[in-house]
Design a binder for this molecule. Structure first.
Ligand SMILES: *Cc1c(COP(=O)(O)O)cnc(C)c1O
Length: 371
């Protein structure tokens, strides 16, 4: 059997060990400590954001972001249908209601036109959305300027789910820093990892401070344990923050490697008209977390996927839209068929920053066999 090629495996340097050892040597084996503080500072420095709170996951960060904006039972939150379920689950933790909006083909992200129509229709129905959960999917920035203008027009705050888009920019500004609150993920499959973890960033210190408070069981200031609010246990461990510090130091290299994967795929498959790629739009710079292709039919996509699987190469269909998920099927959805087409004909290719040219050649040769 050929060596297994994974979709997006962790890529560790060894530098992380230094910070993990410091945690052990100083006995900061806790969800508090010098690595936590330093990792938060490093994220602020890198993304040029003012405030950061690191957490146990990106999902926890989305949950807290919704709480910080005061989202409550029966409130409506606009979400793209073309995303991972982790974007939507926290909306449901709060018994709020996601309103799904379809994507545009350019970026695979929420369609600004559909977004505005949705807001207008919901307002006409007496249900003004309380927030927009803006996702930048697969490392590709959404059309932020247009979306910000719509959000400002209707005075609806934006939470940016930049879970898989750390290091991507729009008009040279880091994605995640545009909204009232932004979140990142450091799950094992993301561009950098702490094995599991997340971050919440904001221009507004009140948000990151409140996030810290809620993430540590909402302890009031008192010598005893005193609580006036429901809290959570969502802080990042000082050991994992050590991994994060080492990983953040090589983020630029990771982006370079993933962008090089995309360039390789595009060149190697350029003669096949039935395969298309998602291109960067004017002003946008993708971290190319995952290279995705679209094919001319479901059958062709499956043919490619199964050929890869036979060669021990992992690939995955693009996201199954949220409005088609059994668990979310009863929520309102504004669709135009784009997300459904992406799901039917699209495929995520192996995109790890540790792929070799030999691996890439093996993958593209295998794909070519489908034609
Ligand atoms: C990974 C991911 C999340 C969840 O982050 P976790 O750290 O795994 O909880 C949320 N949204 C998107 C778009 C993601 O890709």
């Amino acid at each position: 059997m050929n060596k297994k090629i994974w979709l997006s495996p962790p890529h560790i340097t060894g530098e992380e060990q230094k910070y993990i050892q410091e945690a052990f040597a100083s006995n900061w084996i806790a969800p508090i400590g010098p690595n936590v503080d330093a990792f938060e500072k490093a994220i602020c420095t890198y993304t040029k954001s003012k405030n950061c709170t690191v957490l146990s996951s990106g999902t926890a960060a989305i949950h807290l972001a919704l709480l910080l904006l005061g989202i409550q039972e029966n409130d409506e939150v606009i979400c793209p249908t073309f995303t991972f379920s982790a974007t939507i689950n926290p909306v449901c933790y709060l018994k709020a209601k996601p309103v799904f909006v379809d994507s545009e083909k350019d970026t695979l992200n929420i369609s600004p036109t559909m977004l505005e129509k949705t807001i207008e229709t919901q307002i006409a129905n007496g249900k003004k959305p309380k927030a927009i959960l803006l996702v930048h999917i697969y490392g590709m920035p959404a059309k932020i300027t247009e979306i910000q203008a719509i959000a400002a027009k209707y005075k609806i705050p934006i939470i940016e789910d930049a879970a898989d888009t750390l290091g991507a920019t729009y008009k040279k500004q880091y994605v995640g820093t545009f909204g009232e609150i932004g979140i990142y993920s450091f799950n094992g499959n993301k561009i950098i990892t702490t094995s599991g973890g997340g971050a919440l960033i904001s221009k507004d210190k009140k948000h990151t401070e409140k996030a810290k408070f809620l993430a540590t069981q909402a302890r009031d200031k008192a010598v005893h344990y005193q609580h006036s609010e429901i809290g959570y246990n969502y802080r990042m461990s000082n050991i994992l923050a050590g991994i994060g510090r080492g990983q953040l130091e090589v983020l630029e290299n990771r982006i370079k490697a993933r962008r090089a994967n995309f360039a390789y795929y595009k060149k190697a498959l350029s003669s096949i008209n039935e395969i298309t790629f998602t291109e960067e739009q004017k002003d946008s710079y993708s971290n190319r977390w995952l290279t995705t292709i679209q094919t001319d039919s479901y059958e062709r996509r499956e043919k490619i996927r199964l050929l890869l699987q036979k060669e021990n190469i992992e690939s995955r269909p693009l996201w199954k839209p949220m409005h088609l998920q059994p668990v979310f099927k009863n929520y309102t959805a504004y669709t135009n068929g784009t997300a459904e087409d992406l799901f039917a004909c699209g495929l995520c290719l192996p995109s790890g920053s540790n792929l070799s040219n030999v691996d890439l050649k093996r993958i593209t040769n295998c794909i070519k066999k489908a034609f």
